[in-house]
Design a binder for this molecule. Structure first.
Ligand code: FAD
Length: 602
C-alpha cells in the first residue's frame, strides 16, 4: 500500500490519491506542506514511485522499514502524534537550545539529524567568561578541557627531554621555554575550534543566533543581541544547556581572587600562590604553578584532597604533593583577602596570614540559571540553583528540557554529550533513552617535568591534557620524583563497601614501569581492582601510572560489560606493556568484610 502523509489534518491514502485528480491533491499538498518539508510518501511499489515522480518533491521510502521508523520520528517532531483535540500550534522551531557548549551543540546536531528544525543561541566569544560573555564550544573548548590539554602538551616535552638522555639523546645547551608564545597559540587554537563548532552547527542546518537567551513563556525564548536589541522566537521544545561558572567564596576581599577562567589566561606567572579548594581544578593549577617555581599553599576543609576518588589513592596523591613541595592545609578555610603593598594578604580561620601574588578560588561551580527567568515559567531549581530534571532530562515543564552542568548531575564533558544525545533520541528520535551514569571513567592527570641544571625554571610548563573523558592534573616534580596520572572507573573501595552485600576482594599491584628502568625516573605505577567476593564481578578499578587514562578507557568497556575477575584473568596480556598487569593480578591483597572500613596495604 502507498500512503501519503502530511502535517495533520492532511492525511492521504492511496484511495484518496487514486480517486482525486492528482494535480489538485499535489497542489494543495505542495502549498501547505512542502515549505515545512512535512509531506512524505510511504511505499515503494509502482504506485508510490509514480506519485513520487509526479510530485517531484515527495521523498520515496526505501527500504520501507527504515522509512516507517523515519516517519514515526518525523511525526513526533511535526506534531502528527499530538493528542487528539490538542491544538496544533505552529512554532518558529521544533527545538530552541540556550547555550552552545558541549551538551547544547551535541543536542542541536543530533536533533537536526532526526529532522527537527533547530535554533541555538550563545553569548559572544571571549576566553574569560561572564554573564554576557561565552562562546560557541563552551567551557570545555574555551576555558576547560582543551586549553588545559594544549598546555599539557607544551609541558610534556620537559620530562621527555630529561628521559631521552639515557636512551642516547644528547641535548646541548639551554632549552628555553616561552610562556607567552604558548598562551598565544592556545588562544589561537580555541578561536579556531570556536569557528569549527559554528561550522558544525551550520552544516547540520542549525540556526545560530548570537546573544543571551531567556525564557518568556514555556514556548518562547527572548534573545538579547550584543547590540542590545531583543527578538523573540517560539519553539515546540526548549533545551537549556547553559552550563556552570566558577564561583568565588563569599569572604571579604573576594574580588582580589581569580577563578580558573583567568588562571588559564594569566599574562605573568606568579611567584606566590594561595589556592582555596582541593578538587581536580585546584590541584591542576597548584601543580602548574609549583612546577614553574611558585610557592603554593592549598587550603581545604576535608582531610584529603580529591573528594570522590578512592581514599587509598587520595592518600597517595596527598603524600606525593607534599613530597614535592606543595604545602597542604587540610581542615583550613580562608576568612579574608586584603590588598597589601606586597601583594594580597590572606587570612585563615586558624589565625595565620600568608602573602600571595595570586589567590585562586577553586571552590566549585554554580549552574548558570540566574538570568534565565526559569521560576516564572515554572521550571524548578534545587537548593544549589541547578535545574531539576527527571531521568530523561525533562524539567518540571513538560516541553522544557535541560542537560549538562546546569543540571549538576555529573559535571564532565562526555556526560554532557551523553545527556544531549539521549535528549535527542527521546524527543525527536522516538527512542526514549535515559543517560546511564554507571561506570563513567575519569582521570586526574599529573604532568611532571624534572628540575635540572640544563633546563631553567622558567622553561617549565606543566599542564593538563584532557581527552574527552578525563580531568587532568599537572605536577612538576623535582629530582626525578614524579606523580603519574590517576584514573578511575566504577566504585572506589569505600563505595563498594558501602553498597556491598558481600565481602570485597581487593587486588593491588605496585611496580616500576619498564621505561623508568632506563630513564632512571623514580615513580611507581599503582593499580587496584575491587571485586565482589560472591559474584566475582569487578566493581571498580583505579590506576596511578603513565598512560593511566588511555588504559582505563578500555577497562571501562570491560566494566560496562559486567566483566568478572575470572574474565580479567583469562584475558591474554599485551606484552610488554603496563596494561597487562590488569590481567595478571592473581594474588589477593586483602579481603574486606561488607560494612567495614576500607584498608590500605600501599
Ligand atoms: C578548568 C576546567 C577544566 C575542566 N576539565 C575537564 C576535563 O578535563 N574533562 C572533562 O570531562 N570535563 C572537564 N571540565 C568540565 C567540562 O568543561 C564541563 O563539564 C562541560 O563543559 C559542561 O558542558 P555544558 O554543555 O553543560 O556547559 P558549557 O560547556 O559550559 O556550555 C554552556 C554554554 O552556555 C552559554 N550560556 C550561558 N548562559 C547563556 C544564555 N543565557 N544565553 C546563551 N548562552 C548562554 C555559555 O556561554 C556556554 O558557552 C572542566 C571544567 C573546567 C572549568
Amino acid at each position: 500500500m502507498t500512503t501519503l502523509l502530511s502535517r495533520s489534518p492532511m492525511l492521504f491514502t492511496l484511495g484518496d490519491v487514486l480517486s482525486s485528480p492528482l494535480p489538485s491533491i499535489f497542489r494543495s499538498f505542495s502549498a501547505r506542506s512542502f515549505p515545512t518539508r512535512t509531506a512524505y510518501l510511504l511505499g515503494i511499489g509502482s504506485n508510490g514511485r509514480a506519485i513520487a515522480r509526479q510530485t517531484g518533491g515527495v521523498k520515496l521510502a526505501q527500504p520501507i522499514s527504515q522509512w516507517i521508523i523515519f516517519m514515526a520520528r518525523k511525526m513526533l517532531v511535526d506534531g502528527v502524534l499530538d493528542k487528539v483535540g490538542e491544538e496544533t500550534k505552529q512554532y518558529d522551531f521544533d527545538l530552541f537550545v540556550i547555550g552552545a557548549g558541549s551538551g547544547g551543540v551535541r543536542a542541536s546536531r543530533t536533533s537536526a539529524a532526526f529532522g527537527a528544525k533547530v535554533a541555538i543561541c550563545e553569548l559572544p566569544f571571549h576566553p574569560i567568561s561572564s554573564e554576557v560573555i561565552g562562546g560557541v564550544g563552551g567551557t570545555c573548548v574555551i576555558r576547560g578541557c582543551v586549553p588545559k590539554k594544549i598546555l599539557v602538551y607544551g609541558s610534556e616535552f620537559r620530562g621527555e627531554f630529561e628521559d631521552s638522555r639515557n636512551f642516547g639523546w644528547e641535548i646541548d645547551g639551554k632549552i628555553n621555554f616561552n610562556w607567552k608564545k604558548l598562551l598565544h597559540n592556545k588562544t589561537q587554537e580555541i578561536t579556531r575550534l570556536n569557528g569549527i563548532y559554528m561550522r558544525l552547527l551550520s552544516n547540520a542546518g542549525v540556526t545560530m543566533i548570537e546573544g543571551e537567551g531567556k525564557l518568556i513563556d514555556a514556548h518562547t525564548v527572548e534573545i538579547t543581541e550584543p547590540d542590545g536589541t531583543t527578538k523573540k522566537h517560539s519553539a515546540k521544545h526548549i533545551l537549556i544547556a547553559t552550563g556552570s561558572r566558577a564561583q568565588r567564596a563569599n569572604i571579604p576581599g573576594k574580588e582580589l581572587a581569580i577563578t580558573s577562567d583567568e588562571a588559564l589566561s594569566l599574562e605573568e606567572l606568579p611567584k606566590r600562590v594561595v589556592i582555596l579548594g582541593a578538587g581536580y581544578i585546584a590541584l591542576e593549577f597548584a601543580s602548574i604553578w609549583q612546577g614553574m617555581g611558585a610557592e603554593v599553599d592549598v587550603f581545604y576543609r576535608k582531610e584529603l584532597p580529591l573528594r570522590g576518588f578512592d581514599d587509598e589513592m587520595r592518600a597517595v596523591v596527598a603524600k606525593n604533593l607534599e613530597g614535592r613541595g606543595i604545602r597542604l592545609h587540610p581542615g583550613t578555610n580562608l576568612t579574608e583577602l586584603r590588598k597589601s603593598e606586597d601583594g594580597i594578604s590572606v587570612l585563615t580561620d586558624h589565625g595565620d596570614e600568608f602573602t600571595a601574588d595570586v589567590v585562586l578560588f577553586a571552590t566549585g561551580r554554580v549552574p548558570n540559571t540566574k538570568r534565565l527567568n526559569l521560576q516564572s515559567v515554572g521550571v524548578e531549581l534545587d537548593n544549589a540553583g541547578a535545574i531539576k530534571v527527571d531521568e530523561y532530562s525533562c524539567t518540571s515543564v513538560p516541553n522544557i528540557w535541560a542537560v549538562g552542568d546546569v543540571t549538576n548531575r555529573m559535571n564532565l564533558t562526555p556526560v554532557a554529550l551523553m545527556e544531549g544525545t539521549c535528549f535527542s533520541k527521546t524527543v525527536f528520535g522516538g527512542q526514549p533513552t535515559k543517560p546511564d551514569y554507571a561506570d563513567i571513567p575519569c582521570a586526574v592527570f599529573w604532568l611532571f617535568a624534572v628540575v635540572s641544571d640544563v633546563i631553567s625554571w622558567n622553561s617549565l610548563v606543566p599542564h593538563l591534557p584532557v581527552p574527552v573523558h578525563t580531568l587532568f592534573l599537572v605536577a612538576v616534580l623535582k629530582h626525578h620524583f614524579g606523580l603519574p596520572p590517576l584514573s578511575i572507573v566504577g566504585l572506589s573501595e569505600q563505595q563498594a563497601l558501602e553498597q556491598a552485600k558481600n565481602d570485597i576482594l581487593v587486588y593491588t599491584s605496585s611496580f616500576n614501569p619498564m621505561k623508568n628502568t632506563i630513564s632512571g625516573r623514580q615513580e611507581k605505577t599503582v593499580m587496584k581492582l575491587v571485586v565482589d567476593s560472591e559474584t566475582d564481578k569487578v566493581l571498580g578499578a583505579s590506576m596511578c601510572g603513565p598512560d593511566a587514562p588511555e588504559i582505563m578507557q578500555g577497562i571501562a568497556v570491560a566494566l560496562k560489560c559486567g566483566a568478572t575477575k575470572a574474565q580479567f584473568d583469562s584475558t591474554v596480556g599485551i606484552h610488554p606493556s603496563a596494561a597487562e598487569e590488569f590481567v595478571t593480578m592473581r594474588t589477593l591483597t586483602r579481603r574486606v568484610a561488607a560494612g567495614t572500613k576500607p584498608k590500605t596495604n600501599l
